[in-house]
Design a binder for this molecule. Sequence first.
Ligand SMILES: Nc1ncnc2c1ncn2[C@@H]1O[C@H](COP(=O)(O)OP(=O)(O)OP(=O)(O)O)[C@@H](O)[C@H]1O
Ligand SMILES: [Mg+2]
Length: 253
Amino acid sequence: MMPLLNVERLSKDFGTHQVLKSIDLTVAAGDVTCIVGPSGSGKSTLLRCLNYLEVPTSGAVYLEGEPVGLRFKGDKLYRMSFNELSVQRQKMGMVFQGFHLFPHKTALENIIEAPMIVKRKGRAQATEEAHALLDKVGLADRADYYPRQLSGGQQQRVAIARSLAMQPTLMLFDEPTSALDPELVGEVLAVMRQLAEEGMTMVVVTHEMSFARDVADHLVFMDGGIIVEAGHPKDVLSNPQHSRTRSFLARVL
Ligand SMILES: Nc1ncnc2c1ncn2[C@@H]1O[C@H](COP(=O)(O)OP(=O)(O)OP(=O)(O)O)[C@@H](O)[C@H]1O
Ligand SMILES: [Mg+2]
């Protein structure tokens, strides 16, 4: 079966600094892949290359068999137009460490914005779906609150609901709980765990090793721009094969 996401020999340079070095990665539909590794190892850059927020220096990403950010004309690949890229990006929801909500819009207004403008949904339908999503992330009673009236954990759950409103095929998370006070981490992880159980395909950069162990189908350890080791989380965590993995785990577990 064709993987949902296929990363082939992906490299990324910033000037003379090669940040990603020929990364290969596949993600099957419905799988949760957690990416861990030390600061500066290239985790965010990899995630950003997946939806073409960063343009790879070489190699490519395929989503459902289609090259991301590129299209074939005959047998040659060209950069997509901005509009074509926007359509493709709608398939990939992205949640960041900072929540990036619109501060002057309520939770509900944050969620209905893109479906109405990008997907041209009517307000009534978008609002109905947004209420269902707020309920799903445990915030049915916060629809009319502004971001500044919500805790960090609540804001991040609104951000997740906002991404889901675009009905993505794949969700990308870059350290979604790293900016949160410790007591708020659990409520966000619980929403992510529920999404995983419902079959959402997810790629999650995280430092939450217990989430990775319990929820991930696949754990990827990155260091120095390469995938040092990958496998089932229980194997990687309990029986790491590489000394770099062992020393990283010794620091974070
Ligand atoms: N836009 C950029 N221009 C130049 N260098 C960059 C840029 N973005 C990232 N880098 C460099 O690429 C390397 C990898 O950065 P990246 O943010 O992907 O690491 P990370 O694994 O996500 O780290 P962290 O755990 O701290 O978030 C770092 O050395 C960083 O300085
Ligand atoms: Mg990062």
